[in-house]
Design a protein around this ligand. Sequence first.
Ligand code: ATR
Length: 284
Amino acid sequence: MSVANDDQIIPRAGVIGWPVAHSRSPKLHGFWLKQHGLVGRYDKLPVPPEDLAAFIADLPKEPGFRGVNVTIPHKIAVLPLMAQVDDAARRIGAVNTVVVQPDGSLHGSNTDAFGFIENLKADAPAGWKAANGPAVVLGAGGAARAVIVALLDAGVTELRLANRSIEKAEALAAEFGKAILPVAWDERAPALAGANLLVNTTSLGMADQPPLEIALNDLPPAALVNDIVYSPLVTDLLANAKARGNPVVDGLGMLLHQGRPGFEAWFGVAPAVTPALRDAVLAD
Ligand code: ATR
């Protein structure tokens, strides 16, 4: 990081991760900076785990640095380094957005649950209502925690949580309450009966990962299907769901919407998710 004179200081933010080369966040925030004609920077910031604490401690001392997004593997480790964390970050157990406060203290938030629900609201063809029925969530890792928090806050009262390691689903049920019903991985297909929403939060179906195998026969035709995986954009799950007439929402929108609160906090403008933004982020 470079030190500039006062009159040269430009607002900046970035994404810390290890590795961070794959991150699409610079394209996202770069698009918004340009769209709004703002002077500012958003960079990829490779930070190895052993340097995380020092990097975070130094952040408020860097002229112009407004904060960072946090990605793999730092999302959990960064939480105890914050002076304050928001409710979502505390419940999810991870921070993805750090904002340097005017007094130099660090505020950590998690905008993944916000991004998830905003994506459903924006892209579900006929909308989605928690009151319309149970949700089925596949996976019980970090991404699942954000989806669970989002769905509980949206008012879901029955969330069937299917995971290969059932004990992880049981641990989340113990933590998040009686709305969470653990489901054995082999029971994921029959668990779709009567559901109003199906979300894949596992890495299955991602490029270079094993496929997600799930028979959709029991899923009601009106149920919304969402995949957190966005590479490929149209996963086999989404293609199969669409082929049988279910409404689908892809995973890219979650990434785009989760970026909104950070951008607004760092650069002072509330940005929008548009088709042009999607195209820009997808372009290589
Ligand atoms: P993330 O933070 O992206 O959620 P994670 O915490 O590593 O990543 O979680 C990955 C999820 O994908 C887990 O639910 C994992 O199941 P386990 O808890 O049983 O490990 C799931 N997953 C990964 N590979 C899988 C596979 N081959 N079959 C079934 N589930 C798999």
